[in-house]
Design a binder for this molecule. Structure first.
Ligand code: ADP
Ligand code: MG
Length: 709
């Protein structure tokens, strides 16, 4: 038997259970089974006598015998145990006792399965959070384990299960048995996956020890060592794979060599109305070094909203121009492209570099002229939406492609930009994002890109005071906006637009707009409105009115989320704030606090706000640090759900390590992987043969995402 053997050959498994395990847990081979780790351990030494259970304990484990089981309908009436229809049951109450006292266990879901299982007289181990309800101690939806799972050692693993598995006879006990025989079968001949020197230098326990202890720990210490070894290995191999990819590319991918800074750069730099922040200077230096190196640049620039990424894009573009190449900046929306165009034109005015704007709405004649200018090289910098990746757009010599708000673009769109190189050489690529990605996640998602971070705000940025209020404060909110307008300020009012119910969303927006117009009547007040159903002209007209200060209030959908800059605006009201994600809320808030003395973000929450949404809103009120919010968001929701990363396409399937919790191990693993690759970039040395072999496995086959991100 080895790790590739099908689990159906394990004693007691057979084809039927094997199929069940594959469809329910994706476990096909003995190796899959051994890499399915317990998500929790029952510590037999920590059974709490019921008399010592208090509601303020976080979680307890009691060992108790079922005394009485009762089922209740929705209206509270007790249901007779005979003639039972489970779909009528709203709640199941179980009284269980040990020799010190009684406790109630309550189930609202999965009642059928529990009812059949929790027969009076049988004993179980219940695990959960104790609470008090009507003066009675209870645990709602405890985990239930048969006490005979307590056969091996003090700590006993609890595995993910499903109703189907349980019904198919694959109980926790059977799972442990299968794993036990799998271990016996493979451990004697198990090949160690990490080289000896890695185990030694990193103080890791051998694989066979780790696998045995993770499933059947002899004590807490052995378990910690086993878990550390497996987490390290998983993250280390992933980083090794990503970084190796990067090495291969940086040695093979020829890049356009841009040795000069150029005159345009210097002129622009000198005429800037402000000093660059230290972070901006550092990032520009990193980019310059990449562009000078002769290797193709693939850099991700992360910077919180308002950190000044545009300036970095402008100066980088001028490096390309100064070396006889062209640059383009692609923005996700028309509004944003226009704003970039306005800003960039202003910055470039003293340099004489020609800037053009190309979007889906550029007229035929203008388009023809721009195309000509791109081909003869007279257009230095092209700004646009995805219109600029169309095949008809041909550059004379594209040297740099900047992609703003990269998560808004699809993989294919980015690939097409990449293909517009010069003489068969890809342009340098700079992708910018204001969606702060936690460091650990960035290391994994973009592990093969270089990452620059602007971690410093331009001076003068004022903190934004954030509050969360309900409907009863709507009047006060209007009054507050009136006060701000009286001070000469402006306000944003944003409505959610969630495509599942577009009609309703627009209705909300329209009603909201009417309400605002009523509360802020002409001619004293002027209210502009921007949303996705307007023509580009209408949109531009309204945006301009607000940007130029002709309108006091801008009512909009989230089209203003990215980029838009109106320093005079001091209030951001977000309607139905609970419907937005954390990082989206943060982006919206970033629209204010750019100029006014004091700025405010008012989160209007609806009637029904889930616990989780409440937590999100509270967090937003508590901090303005985008990275902190992203870290917290990831902890709350898990990395797979993180906004802006679903689209990135890199599936992260880690079986034991957690990007949210194992950041330190990840950093260590990455640094160590780097060290090994510095000495042996191709992993061709005999001592690294085990690593090369591991990287050939599917799990660590990382596609070259840098080419498309
Ligand atoms: P983002 O990173 O969100 O794209 P922007 O590039 O739009 O940020 O910059 C936000 C605002 O800060 C703009 O008004 C810009 O002119 C201003 N800004 C950028 N860099 C600096 C700086 N070093 N000092 C002062 N203001 C700056
Ligand atoms: Mg921006």
């Amino acid at each position: 038997m080895d790790m590739e053997t099908s689990i159906q050959y394990l004693p007691g498994v057979g084809p039927r259970r094997a199929q069940l395990l594959e469809s329910e847990l994706g476990v096909r081979t003995v190796g899959d089974l051994l890499h399915t780790y317990p998500f929790r351990y029952i510590d037999r030494s920590s059974i709490t006598p019921i008399a010592e259970v208090y509601p303020d304990l976080a979680q307890v484990q009691v060992r108790a015998t079922v005394m009485k089981v009762r089922l209740f309908a929705k209206n509270g009436a007790e249901l007779p145990p005979d003639k039972l229809k489970y779909n009528m049951v709203a709640r199941m109450s179980v009284i269980a006792a040990d020799n010190t006292g009684e406790i109630e266990l309550v189930f609202f879901k999965g009642v059928k399965w529990m009812h059949e299982r929790l027969k009076p007289g049988s004993t179980f181990v219940f695990f959960g959070k104790p609470a008090v309800f009507n003066n009675h101690l209870n645990i709602v939806h405890p985990e239930v384990d048969a006490p005979d799972n307590f056969v091996t050692g003090v700590l006993s693993g609890v595995y993910t299960s499903t109703e189907k598995l349980k019904n198919g006879g694959v109980t926790g006990k059977v799972m442990l048995k299968m794993i036990g025989s799998a271990l016996e079968g493979v451990l004697p001949t198990l090949r160690e996956t990490l080289p000896d020197y890695v185990l030694r230098e990193k103080g890791l326990v051998p694989l066979n020890y780790a696998l045995r202890q993770i499933h059947f720990p002899q004590d807490q210490e052995a378990l910690s060592k086993a878990s550390y070894r497996l987490k390290f290995e998983e993250l280390f191999l992933l980083q090794l794979s990503l970084l190796k990819q990067k090495y291969i590319r940086s040695r093979s991918a020829q890049g356009l060599k841009m040795p000069r800074v150029g005159e345009a750069f210097n002129i622009c730099y000198k005429s800037l109305p402000y000093d660059l922040t230290g972070a901006q200077k550092r990032v520009i230096k990193e980019i310059r070094e990449d562009m000078m190196s002769g290797h193709q640049m693939n850099r991700l620039l992360q910077g919180d909203v308002g950190s000044g990424k545009t300036m970095v894009a402008v100066l980088s573009s001028l490096i390309a121009v100064g070396n006889g190449y062209q640059a383009c900046i692609m923005a996700p929306t028309e509004v944003l492209a226009q704003q970039h165009y306005a800003n960039v034109s202003r910055y470039l005015a003293p340099t004489g570099v020609r800037v053009e704007l190309l979007t889906g709405n550029t007229g035929t004649k203008a388009r023809r002229e721009i195309h000509a200018g791109l081909q003869d090289g007279s257009v230095g910098v092209l700004i646009g939406t995805h219109a600029l990746i169309e095949d008809t757009v041909q550059f004379h010599a594209l040297g740099l492609a900047v992609i703003d708000e990269q998560h808004r673009f699809g993989v294919e769109q980015r690939a097409r930009l990449w293909a517009k190189g010069f003489a068969g050489v890809h342009p340098h690529v700079l992708v910018m994002t204001a969606t702060p990605i936690p460091r650990t996640l960035a290391m994994t998602l973009y592990g093969d890109l270089d990452v620059s971070v602007i971690d410093e705000m331009p001076p003068g940025r004022k903190p934004v005071q954030t509050i969360c209020v309900g409907e009863n404060k709507r009047h006060a909110m209007h009054n507050f906006i009136r006060d701000e307008i009286a001070k000469g300020r402006q306000a944003f009012i944003v409505y959610p637009l969630i495509f599942e119910n577009e009609k309703l969303d627009y209705k909300n927006l329209e009603l909201g707009y009417e309400e605002i117009v009523k509360a802020f009547p002409m001619p004293q007040y002027k209210v502009a409105i921007v949303h996705g159903r307007q023509t580009p002209q209408e949109k531009a007209f309204n945006m301009d009115a607000f940007a130029a200060g002709r309108a006091n209030i801008l009512v909009s959908t989230t089209v203003i989320e990215v980029g838009v800059d109106v320093p005079n605006a001091s209030v951001m009201v977000i309607e139905s704030a609970e419907r937005f994600g954390l990082s989206q809320l943060h982006q919206l808030r970033g629209r204010v606090g750019r100029g006014a003395e004091r700025s405010y973000c008012i989160l209007m929450k609806g009637q029904k706000v889930s616990k989780e949404s409440k937590k999100r809103l509270d967090l937003l009120c508590a901090t303005e640090n985008g990275f902190e919010l992203a870290e917290e968001d990831m902890k709350m929701r898990g990395p797979g759900d993180l906004e802006g990363t679903q689209q990135s396409g890199l599936p992260i399937t880690l079986s034991i390590a957690s990007l949210a919790k194992d950041g330190l191990i990840l950093s260590d693993a990455r640094a160590y992987a780097q060290l090994i690759l510095d000495k042996d970039p191709g992993l061709v040395l005999p001592i690294n043969a085990p690593l090369a072999a591991e990287l050939r496995r599917d799990k660590y086959t990382v596609h070259d995402y840098s080419q498309i991100s």
